[in-house]
Design a protein around this ligand. Structure first.
Ligand code: HEC
Length: 127
């Protein structure tokens, strides 16, 4: 009985420990790879840079503070480039977000950013 209880408590704690970081991740936790940022730089230079300088994203990120990164991704896919919304590959949008975050000083990590996997659990924070 005692052992069972101890197991139950341990299982609960393990679950809690695993669940917490997933929910509390932010763009500062290494959520994109260097490769993505590098690929995003090329996309940015060829498509976005005509209308945006990198500094303007600082203000955008401020407006998006605390929101899930997936919402920003969806917004950019739906509205950018302003003269041809949705014209890039979804992967290119993801890469360009990685590049924007990288240029704001956020660190790279091991796992690639993926709109189908956990991007709704990553919150935007201030650079
Ligand atoms: C033809 C010009 C043009 C191009 C090309 C363009 N944008 Fe924009 N972008 C705009 C304009 C204009 C706004 C302001 C629109 C608004 O806020 O309603 C904007 C707003 C934004 C915002 C702020 C949106 C928000 O909700 O805070 C982001 C982020 C953004 N663009 C990213 C990009 C990215 C990434 C690319 C390249 C894939 C891109 N833009 C290409 C003109 C452009």
């Amino acid at each position: 009985m005692k052992t069972a209880l101890r197991c139950a408590v341990l299982a609960f704690c393990l679950l809690a420990v695993q669940a917490l970081p997933a929910q509390q991740r932010t763009v500062g936790d290494g959520v994109f790879t260097q490769d993505q940022a590098d690929a995003g730089k090329l996309v940015h230079e060829s498509v976005c840079q005509i209308c945006h300088d990198l500094r303007s994203y600082r203000d955008s990120l401020r407006l998006w503070d605390g929101q899930p990164l997936l919402r920003l991704w969806e917004s950019i896919v739906g509205t950018m480039p302003a003269d041809s919304p949705g014209s890039l590959l979804l992967e290119e949008y993801t890469d360009v977000i990685a590049y924007i975050l990288h240029e704001q000083g956020f660190p790279t990590g091991e796992a690639p950013l993926d709109p189908d996997a956990g991007m709704d659990q990553i919150s935007i924070v201030q650079p």
